[in-house]
Structure formats: structure tokens, C-alpha cells
Design a protein around this ligand. Sequence first.
Ligand SMILES: [Zn+2]
Ligand SMILES: [Zn+2]
Length: 269
Amino acid sequence: MVKPICVTCGTQFEESAAPPDRCPICEDERQFVGFDGQQWTTFEDLRGHHQVDIALQERSLTSFNIEPHFAIGQRAFLLQTSEGNILWDCLSMFDEATADHIRRRGGLHYICISHPHYYTSMVEWSRAFGNAPIYLHRDDAEWVMRRSPAIEFWSGETKRLLSGVKLVRCGGHFPGGTVLYWPTGAEGKGVLLSGDIIQVTPDRRHVGFMWSYPNWVPLGPQAAKRVAATVAPYNFDRIYGAFPKLTIAHGAKQAISESLKRHLHAMSE
Ligand SMILES: [Zn+2]
Ligand SMILES: [Zn+2]
């Protein structure tokens, strides 16, 4: 029996005698089937060939990403608050050093994931940390490939977690696409952890609003406006995007409004 992990998107599937023929997440237009066809690995095999890079981003916030690069290549974050710890987004594997790092800081109270591309091996993470509840937006429930009693679907527009930290549904890339708002981050100026929902671009001064990132399909004007309007009421100065080093360190609110302006301009040309 194996619990296969898709090599292209990093999603772990239910235990079975043999891997499935296809990965629905990769066959969806927001991803792609790998150039050499559908391939699978396992959590154990990944552990043999990869490690997790751990980087302190600011006080109380650490990032994790798999090295060498695997699948989509996103980072996950450990956010420590006075009331407990949150894992934001997720990875296909973790090693002992990662588990030690998290346990030494008090374990995980919640696992919260922006959208289905980062569901990855969420159930393995939950089990390793006392069956920590996994909060996923109900509107994306069809994309869960490995079920678990730890998964709790939430509905609506916001969900309060700990110490003022909040999940905010923006939609766009996925109907349940969620960002995490951390009001005391960035020295009290506020932080968004945005996954692919508000994508920090390589210049680290703008964001992109896309429906499919790998296949370059932008969000339409109404959806892009809705994403920007959803986060507009919150105070924040910094955004940590999905990928290593893609962080807007300051002026993130301005970056979103300028990026929306140019997005709408490009679409109206
Ligand atoms: Zn896949
Ligand atoms: Zn995505």
C-alpha cells in the first residue's frame, strides 16, 4: 500500500494498492500534467532526497520550503502567537529538523491553507502534531484528495483564529481562495500571508491577479477588483507571497492598489 504524491503538484492521495491513473489537480486548467506524463512519489521517498529549508522571516514568523525544488515550490509558514501556533500553507514533506523546530516552539494549534494547490501532505503534518485541525474553505472541498477527520471546512468570508489572526476569503484563483491576516506582524503595521491568492511578483513591488498562474490566464476585472476590495479594510504593510523571497517588505497596501490599476488598464487596452 502507498499514499502516492503527485510529482507535479505535490498533492498526497489516499492510501491505495497502486497510484491512481491521473491527478485531478494537475488535469485542471490551473495546473498542468508534467512534461513526462503523470508521475508519483511518496512522503518517505521525498525525505530521502530532499530537506526543508527553514528561514526566520521576522519575529514569530518562520518559512519552510523544500530543497532541492519539488513540485510547485511554495513556502509554508509557522506563525507563533501568544495564544498558539498556526501553520500557514503546507508542503509535501517535512523532515525531523522541521518537526523539532515546530515542537520546540510549542507545536501546531491550526493548519490553514490558502487553496488546493497547497493541500499537499496536510494530513501527515496534522498527524505529526497531535491531529491539529486543518481549516479549508468549504467552497474548495471537491479538491481534497486525502480525507481526514482533522479537516474542518469553514464557510463564509472570514474566520477568526488566535490573537486577532484571521482568515479572509478573497476568491479569484479558487472560489475559496483565502489569505491570512496577522495584525501585529511587521512591527505592528500588519502582515498578509497571501499564497497564490494575491501573488507577489519578482520585482517585490507588485502583485498579480491570475486565475491560472502556470497557464497565464488572468483574473477578469470584476474578480481582480473583488480580491483587492476584500483586503482593503485591513491595515497591513507587508505581504509574504507563496514563493521563497517573494515578499513585499513595505508599502504592500499601495502595491496592491497600483497593481490593480495596471491590471485593469492592461485588460481595457
Ligand atoms: Zn498533481
Ligand atoms: Zn495555485
